[in-house]
Design a protein around this ligand. Structure first.
Ligand code: A3P
Length: 346
C-alpha cells in the first residue's frame, strides 16, 4: 500500500515537474521572440495615423525594437513599458570614429547601460551629402525609440575623417559629446586593410599586399596617400574637429584596452557622459572561443559581436611595421599632448 502511494506520488511530481519545465521553456521562447510580436497598442494611434503606407512598416519595426530594447535591458516588463513616453531623440553623444578602432564594441557595450539607447545602424547622416540634404528630421527619424531621460548614441566612424562633418554636427548641437576610440595606429591600419581584403576576396578579386600599399615603392617611405595610413594619423583629423569643439567635449577611448579590459574603459565613458555607473563585470564575460569579451544583458540575453569583428590579420613584414611605427610616433606624441591621454604606443 505504502509502495503504491509512493509510486503515485512520484508520478504526480513528474507530471508537475514537466508542466513547470514546459511553462518555463514557453516563457523563454516568448521572450526571445518578443520582437516578432505585435506592439501592445496600434502604432497608428501614437502617430495619429498620418503616415503613408510605404513609411509605415519601417516605423512599426523601429517601434517594436524600442520595446524589445527596453524589455531586454530589464527596464520594464512587457506590460510596464510606457508606450506613450517613447520618443525618437537626436543623439546626445556620437562615436565619431575611428574606423576599426572598436566602434561597434564600444556602442554595443555602452548600450548595456539602462540610460543609453543605441542607433543600431551606422546612419552616415553627416558624411553623406545625399543623406545630409534630407534634413535633421530625417536623421531624427532614424533614431530608436527611447524615454526622454535616456540618451541616444549613434556611431558612424566615417565622421572622424570627413572634412564637412565637424561643422555639420556643430550646427546640430554645439554641446554634443564626442567619443573617439583609437587603437595603436599600425594595428588599426592593418585591421583596415584586412577588412578591405576580405571584401575583395569575397568578390574573387585579387588585391595588393599590405606592404605594397603602405610603403611607396619609389621612395621606400610610408605612403601617406594610402587611406589606411592617413586614417591612423589621428592628430591631423582631430585638429579639424578642434576648430569647432573644445577638447573637453571629446573623450578618447583606448580601443586596445577595450579588447583586453573593457570595464574600466566603459566606466570612464560613463563618467564622461555623466551617467550613473551601471555597467558591471556581470555584463561582460570573456568568451574563449571568440577570444573577446561578450555582452550579458541579463539571465536570458547575452551576445558576442559578429564574426566580422576580430578578424585574423595577415602577417606583415616586421620591417614595414617598424617603419610605420616610426612614422606615426611624432603624430602620436601630439595626439597625447592635445587629448591629455597617453597611450604608450610604440
Ligand atoms: P579586428 O577585426 O582587427 O580584430 P570596428 O567596430 O570599429 O570596425 O572595430 C573592429 C575591431 O573591434 C576589431 O578589429 C576588434 O579587434 C575590436 N574589438 C574590440 N572589442 C571587441 C569585442 N568585444 N568583440 C569583437 N571585436 C572587438
Amino acid at each position: 500500500m505504502l509502495f503504491k502511494q509512493q509510486v503515485w506520488l512520484r508520478q504526480k511530481l513528474l507530471v508537475l515537474g514537466s508542466l513547470a519545465l514546459g511553462s518555463l521553456l514557453y516563457l523563454v521562447a516568448r521572450v526571445g521572440s518578443l520582437d516578432r510580436l505585435q506592439p501592445i497598442c496600434p502604432v497608428e494611434s501614437r502617430f495619429g495615423g498620418t503616415h503613408s503606407q510605404a513609411e509605415f512598416p519601417l516605423r512599426a519595426l523601429q517601434f517594436k525594437r524600442g520595446l524589445l530594447h527596453e524589455f531586454r535591458k530589464g527596464n520594464s516588463s512587457k506590460e510596464q513599458v510606457r508606450l506613450h513616453d517613447l520618443v525618437q531623440q537626436l543623439p546626445k553623444a556620437i562615436i565619431i570614429g575611428v574606423r576599426k578602432g572598436g566602434t561597434r564594441a564600444l556602442l554595443e557595450m555602452l548600450n548595456l547601460h539602462p540610460a543609453v539607447v543605441k542607433a543600431s545602424q551606422e546612419i552616415h547622416f553627416f558624411d553623406n551629402d545625399e543623406n545630409y540634404a534630407k534634413g535633421i528630421e530625417w536623421y531624427r527619424k532614424k533614431m530608436p525609440f527611447s524615454y526622454p531621460q535616456q540618451i541616444t548614441i549613434e556611431k558612424s566612424p566615417a565622421y572622424f575623417i570627413t572634412e564637412e562633418v565637424p561643422e555639420r554636427i556643430y550646427k546640430m548641437n554645439s554641446s554634443i559629446k564626442l567619443l573617439i576610440i583609437v587603437r595603436e595606429p599600425t594595428t588599426r591600419a592593418i585591421s583596415d586593410y584586412t577588412q578591405v581584403l576580405e571584401g575583395k576576396e569575397r568578390k574573387n578579386k585579387t588585391y595588393y599586399k599590405f606592404e605594397k600599399l603602405a610603403i611607396d615603392p619609389n621612395t621606400c617611405e610610408v605612403n601617406t596617400k594610402y587611406k589606411a595610413v592617413r586614417t591612423s594619423i589621428y592628430t591631423k583629423h582631430l585638429e579639424r574637429w578642434l576648430k569647432y569643439f573644445p577638447i573637453e567635449q571629446f573623450h578618447i577611448v583606448d580601443g586596445d584596452r577595450l579588447i583586453t579590459e573593457p570595464l574600466p574603459e566603459l566606466q570612464l565613458v560613463e563618467k564622461f557622459l555623466n551617467l550613473p555607473p551601471r555597467i558591471s563585470q556581470y555584463n561582460l564575460y570573456f568568451n574563449a572561443t571568440r577570444g573577446f569579451y561578450c555582452l550579458r544583458f541579463n539571465i536570458i540575453f547575452n551576445k558576442c559581436l559578429a564574426g566580422s569583428k576580430g578578424r585574423i590579420h595577415p602577417e606583415v613584414d616586421p620591417s614595414v611595421i617598424t617603419k610605420l611605427r616610426k612614422f606615426f610616433h611624432p603624430f602620436n606624441q601630439k595626439f597625447y599632448q592635445i587629448t591629455g591621454r597617453t597611450l604608450n604606443w610604440p
